[in-house]
Design a protein around this ligand. Structure first.
Ligand SMILES: *Cc1c(COP(=O)(O)O)cnc(C)c1O
Length: 349
């Protein structure tokens, strides 16, 4: 199936008509110690943070692009990937007119952002094995549908979405397919960012919050065609990634081997914990996970959640999500935290 994708037709008319806000740092980007900057009403006295941050995060993007084997021009950074998801709504979805498709049980933020932006959210449940109901999604698409959100590996179920199901959506949908890869670094699956050139309507989001251990600095990554990135750049707040975030991310990314080592440790702890949890008599099932958490099915989630809390262990009760009755989502901790979890669970039998 050929996709006659037309980005221009997808962009909201008000966004299409806009010129991006041009900040002082946009008009003059050359950074040199010899220059006297009297253009942005900044305080001239050096505190380390008296200057506005680079609105295009050139240095950070260069490092990220190199590490991910993609071009810097295919990147847009945000204040967490949650900001990027919001920018996608604001660029492509007309409030009170347009719609999106989500595939629960999945990350709750897509629905929240649909609500905030007054965009209708059509839900097509995952199958019983937590895979895409491709026929159902294709049927739910109509002329108001602008975005389809797919989370892979999926939160809260932990599984990856079968890669053979996604090209069909990309080929037949004239809106954007957004693949949220917040957990991709824990997975053996290839990132969809590697095949960006094949799909003009593909958007991939990633984050430094999980595998990269930087949730506190808020740095999200959007990977898409230059044309899509150009639309998002038009509407992004100019200084959405602050100086401290840019500097800290650059510093941490220099120790990429430490980051990878922590990822490997989390994965091996997950594999160990997964086996151990199955030995707990009130845990009925531990779902296979490509992420840094395990979804477990228990006899009575509310009861077990309360008992764990009383023992000082906080997990997430996901029971209200469709097809997730009596499930708890447990993030993989340090080896000693996981050991404590196991002891507490054994004592609860
Ligand atoms: C944690 C999470 C995010 C949030 O990422 P931030 O970059 O911290 O905003 C996005 N998507 C999914 C599926 C997540 O689980």
């Amino acid at each position: 199936m050929r996709n006659n994708f037309n980005l221009d037709a997808l962009v909201r008319p008000n966004v299409k008509a806009m010129e991006p806000y041009s900040s002082a740092r946009d008009e003059f980007t050359e950074i040199s110690d010899d220059l006297v900057y009297l253009d942005a009403n900044e305080n001239p006295f050096n505190t380390g943070v008296n200057r506005y941050p680079d609105p295009h995060q050139q240095k950070l993007k260069t490092i990220l692009a190199k590490q991910r084997g993609i071009n810097s021009s295919n990147l847009l950074l945000g204040n967490g990937s949650d900001e990027i998801l919001d920018l996608l709504f604001r660029a492509f979805c007309e409030p009170k007119t347009d719609s999106i498709i989500t595939v629960p049980p999945t990350y709750g933020m897509y629905k929240v952002l649909a609500g905030v932006n007054a965009v209708r959210n059509k839900e097509v449940l995952l199958t019983s094995s937590f895979q895409l109901n491709v026929a159902g999604i294709l049927e739910a698409i109509d002329e108001t549908t602008k975005l389809i959100f797919i989370c892979s590996p999926n939160n809260p179920t932990g599984n990856s979405i079968a890669s053979e199901d996604i090209p069909q959506l990309l080929a037949s949908f004239r809106g954007l397919v957004v693949i949220d890869e917040a957990y991709i670094d824990f997975s053996k699956q290839q990132s969809w960012a590697n095949v960006l050139d094949e799909y003009p309507n593909l958007v991939v989001t990633q984050t430094l919050s999980k595998a990269y251990a930087m949730a506190g600095i808020r740095l999200g990554i959007c990977i898409a065609s230059e044309a899509i990135i150009a639309v998002l750049r038009k509407i992004k707040p100019p200084y959405n990634v602050n100086t401290l975030t840019q500097e800290r991310a650059i510093a941490e990314l220099e120790s990429i081997n430490d980051i990878k080592e922590r990822i490997h440790l989390i994965i091996s702890e997950k594999e160990l914990l997964s086996k151990q949890l199955l030995e707990v008599n009130f845990i009925q099932d531990v779902l296979p996970s490509d992420a840094n958490f395990l979804l477990v099915r228990v006899d009575d989630a509310n009861k077990r959640y309360t008992e764990l809390t009383q023992q000082g262990i906080i997990v997430r009760n996901r029971s209200t999500q469709p097809m997730c009755d009596n499930t708890l989502r447990i993030t993989i901790g340090t080896p000693s935290e996981n050991k404590r979890l196991r002891t507490v669970l054994k004592n609860m039998e």
